[in-house]
Design a protein around this ligand. Structure first.
Ligand SMILES: CC(=O)SCCNC(=O)CCNC(=O)[C@H](O)C(C)(C)COP(=O)(O)OP(=O)(O)OC[C@H]1O[C@@H](n2cnc3c(N)ncnc32)[C@H](O)[C@@H]1OP(=O)(O)O
Length: 273
C-alpha cells in the first residue's frame, strides 16, 4: 500500500469554508473539500475532488466555526445593533452609521415595552461561541428590553439576528373592539452580516423562532417581507411560509418604513411537533 502524506490549509469564502489538503501517494493528486454545515451524509468526492460533507467537519472540528442560535444577552447589544444597521442601512457612512448604531443600542436597552400578556425575544446566531451555556453569569429573571440579563466571557460574535413576538402590532385586529390578535407570533428584523450569508444562519434563526412561538402556545407565525427582496422571500418560502392575499381595501397594518416599499404578508401554520 502506498504511503500517504497530508498537508492542510484553511480558507473562508462567502458561502462555505474551504479546506484544501494535498494527498501525496504513488500517484500524486490534490483534492479540495468543500464544507456544508447542513449535510450529515457521508463524504464522497466527485471527479473534481469536491464533496459536501459534515463527516469532514468531525475530522477537523477546530477549522469550522460553530453557529449557535440562542436568546440575545446584554453583552450582544452592540453586535445586534451592528448587524441590524450594516444589513438594513449598508450605505450609511460615518458619522451617520455610528449615530444609527448608538440609536439602536439605546432603543434595544431601553426596552420597547411589551403590552401585558405579550412576549418578545431577540434571537442571535453566534459564530465561534461555545455550544453550551455552562459559564454564564446573571439571572434567568433579569431582563433588559428583549435581552436576557446574562453574560459570558467566552462568546464568539453575533452574525445574525431575529426578533419574534406575540405583540401582533402588524396583524389585523379582531372584532368591533379591534382587539389584539392572539396565538400568532410575528417575526421581524431578520438580518445576517454580509460576510456570513448563505451559511444557513437565517434558516436556523427562523427554525428557532418557530420553536419559541410553539413554546408560547402559538398556532401560527407571520411576517412581512419587501416584495423586492427575493433572497428573504425565498428563505421564508423554503421554510414553509406562504403569501396571504390581503383583501383589497382591507387596510391591514404594515411595518412603518418608506411608502415606496410594498410588502408581502406571509404566514405558516405551526404543527405541534
Ligand atoms: C421578516 C424580515 O425581517 S424580512 C428582512 C430580511 N432581511 C434582509 O433583507 C437584510 C439583508 N439580508 C440578509 O440579512 C440575508 O441575506 C437574509 C436574512 C435575507 C438571508 O440570510 P442567510 O443567512 O444568508 O440565509 P440562509 O443562508 O439561511 O439561506 C436560507 C435560504 O434562503 C434563500 N436565500 C438566502 N439568500 C439568498 C440569495 N442571496 N439569493 C437567493 N436565495 C437566497 C435560499 O433559498 C437559502 O437556501 P440555500 O442556501 O439552501 O439555497
Amino acid at each position: 500500500m502506498a504511503s500517504v502524506q497530508l498537508g492542510l490549509s484553511a480558507t473562508t469564502t462567502n458561502h462555505n469554508h474551504l479546506l484544501k489538503f494535498s494527498l501525496s501517494s504513488s500517484k500524486s493528486f490534490r483534492n479540495t473539500v468543500k464544507f456544508s454545515r447542513s449535510t450529515s451524509a457521508l463524504c464522497s468526492f466527485n471527479k473534481s475532488g469536491i464533496c459536501r460533507a459534515s463527516q469532514t467537519v468531525e475530522l477537523f472540528p477546530s477549522v469550522i466555526p460553530d453557529i449557535v442560535v440562542r436568546e440575545a444577552r446584554i453583552e450582544d447589544c452592540w453586535e445586534v445593533a451592528e448587524t441590524h444597521c450594516s444589513s438594513f442601512f449598508p450605505d450609511y457612512t460615518f458619522p451617520l452609521n455610528l449615530a444609527l448604531r448608538f440609536d439602536r443600542v439605546v432603543g434595544l436597552l431601553s426596552g420597547f415595552s411589551v403590552p401585558n400578556g405579550c412576549k418578545r425575544t431577540c434571537l442571535v446566531g453566534v459564530v465561534g461561541g461555545p455550544a453550551d451555556d455552562r459559564f454564564l453569569f446573571g439571572s434567568e429573571d433579569f431582563r433588559v428590553g428583549s435581552f436576557e440579563g446574562k453574560f459570558s466571557f467566552n462568546r464568539g460574535y453575533v452574525a445574525g439576528i431575529l426578533t419574534v413576538d406575540t405583540v401582533a402590532d402588524f396583524l389585523p385586529r379582531k372584532g368591533p373592539l379591534r382587539q389584539r390578535r392572539t396565538g400568532i407570533a410575528y417575526i421581524s428584523n431578520v438580518a445576517v452580516r454580509e460576510s456570513d450569508r448563505r451559511k444557513g444562519i437565517a434558516k436556523r434563526l427562523v427554525v428557532k423562532a418557530e420553536a419559541q412561538a410553539r413554546s408560547w402556545g402559538c398556532r401560527a407565525i407571520a411576517l412581512h417581507v419587501d416584495k423586492k427582496n427575493p433572497a428573504a422571500t425565498r428563505l421564508y418560502q423554503n421554510q414553509g411560509f406562504r403569501c396571504i392575499n390581503v383583501p383589497e381595501k382591507a387596510n391591514w397594518p404594515q411595518p412603518r418604513t418608506s411608502p415606496d416599499i410594498h410588502f408581502n404578508f406571509m404566514m405558516k401554520l405551526l404543527t405541534s411537533s
